[in-house]
Design a protein around this ligand. Structure first.
Ligand code: SF4
Length: 413
């Protein structure tokens, strides 16, 4: 089928998600200009609930850097950070974001007419995803003369044990005193429980949204998911995120009831492992739809599901939720998880994105793709690229490899 004939059904609630994100950035911009309320920067899977409970507005630099990627500003900005000693081989979220700051540019200007990113009063990281976030935040901490505090998580974890949970919960509790100093407010347990309750509710509804992709045909694509997940990342712990997601879920359930797929005549169902290529979301979405193939589930979008959160045990449950994440785990735990996903979503092929600058979210460098293919009989393809640095990918090569892979799936039917 030619690309011109392909129908990719638009999601109406995407406009509500867009408005949610606009309001989120306007609120941050106003607070940054006024100096009130205080602003905490947080890593995407950092301890947001504590910050929410203490009255901070929360800014997530990774979301900003994903925008740099999606607007295709990132590649030209990376050399600015390289000149400061940050290697082209490390996280291109970090290098693009620091490069943008050095150049005084932001996609917020183009998208929301906001001139600059909000100033931090404090920066809070969790190394559960990688070490890069700590380096990234420390650079900005110096720039803004703001305190940088964090949680150091175990990596490559097999089973998450009580010892892991204890050590992380203690580190999270230790954030309270420095945060009280910055905010000038006392920590209140009731507010903490409420933030965890709302965050858990957001996680539950986001999981339901992603799980709708198990329907055949799937009402959702991975590419939709990456643009719809904003409220799960920046809005967890707020009622507003729940409201926008309820509308989105209702629309997807209606699609299922009507047998409407996101991709016309869905023939193949693909699981995506690794980061998206932000600057190629639309191109990749069109490429797969033209092959009547739906990339409909991913490890990436599922990263903001925190089912262990429990408002009655806020610190320990946060420690568990943020440690049992896929990215924190060893290969055995990751393989078990992916196998469950392949079966649940009725997948017939897997694509691994080997993202040059993010080894932390690349899972195909140590034989995992071969092991999983042998065990499940589901074939896989590795594509080489990057989340933000478009110099790291060849569009022609990707297209050729994807088309050959889909042909292979056709033949094996
Ligand atoms: S997980 Fe990867 S993309 Fe995310 S901040 Fe770390 S290195 Fe960058």
């Amino acid at each position: 089928m030619s690309e011109e004939k392909v129908v990719r059904k638009k999601i109406a609630a995407a406009a509500d998600v867009g408005k949610f994100m606009a309001d989120y950035y306007y609120e941050l911009d106003a607070a940054s200009k006024k100096g009130d309320p205080k602003i905490a920067w947080c890593t995407s899977v950092g301890p947001a609930e504590i910050l929410r409970a203490m009255g901070f507005l929360i800014y997530f630099p990774e979301t900003h850097s994903a925008m740099l990627g999606a607007t295709r500003m990132a590649t030209d900005l990376i050399p600015e950070a390289n000149a400061l000693g940050y290697s082209p081989d490390i996280c291109s979220y970090l290098t693009a974001d620091i490069g943008a700051f050095v150049k005084g540019v932001t996609p917020l200007k183009k998208v929301f007419n906001i001139d600059s990113i909000p100033k931090p009063d404090v920066l809070v990281y969790n190394t559960n995803q990688c070490r890069d976030v700590q380096d990234w935040f420390e650079w900005y901490g110096k720039k803004f003369d703001a305190p940088v505090i964090g949680v150091h998580t175990h990596r490559n974890v097999g089973n998450v044990t009580a010892a892991h949970v204890d050590s992380i919960a203690k580190q999270m509790e230790a954030l309270i005193a420095p945060l009280e100093k910055v905010s000038g407010k006392k920590f209140e347990m009731d507010k903490m429980k409420e933030a965890v309750r709302l965050s858990r509710a957001c996680s539950d509804i986001w999981k339901k949204i992603l799980d709708t992709a198990a329907a055949a045909p799937s009402p959702l694509t991975f590419f939709d998911g990456t643009t719809l997940m904003g409220p799960a990342v920046v809005g967890r712990g707020t009622q507003k995120a729940l409201d926008v997601f309820e509308k989105l879920l209702a629309e997807l359930e209606e699609r299922i009831a009507n047998g409407e797929g996101a991709v016309q005549d869905e023939r193949h169902r693909i699981y995506w492992d690794g980061m998206p290529v932000w600057g190629r979301l639309s191109a990749h979405s069109k490429m797969f739809a033209a092959l009547n193939t739906n990339v409909m589930a991913s490890t990436y979008c599922n990263s903001w599901i925190f089912s262990a959160l429990d408002p009655e045990d806020p610190f320990r449950s946060m420690a568990k939720a943020y440690t049992e994440l896929f990215i924190v785990r060893d290969d055995a735990a990751k393989e078990k998880y992916i196998k469950e996903m392949l079966s649940f979503f009725k997948v017939d092929g897997v694509i691994y994105h080997d993202a040059k600058t993010c080894p932390n979210n690349t899972n195909c460098r140590y034989g995992m793709s071969q092991r999983l293919s042998e065990e499940t009989g589901i074939p896989s393809l590795t594509i080489h690229g990057d989340l933000n640095d478009l110099r790291m990918l060849s569009d022609e090569q990707t297209k050729t490899n994807v088309e050959a892979f889909i042909e292979q799936l056709d033949e094996s039917r």
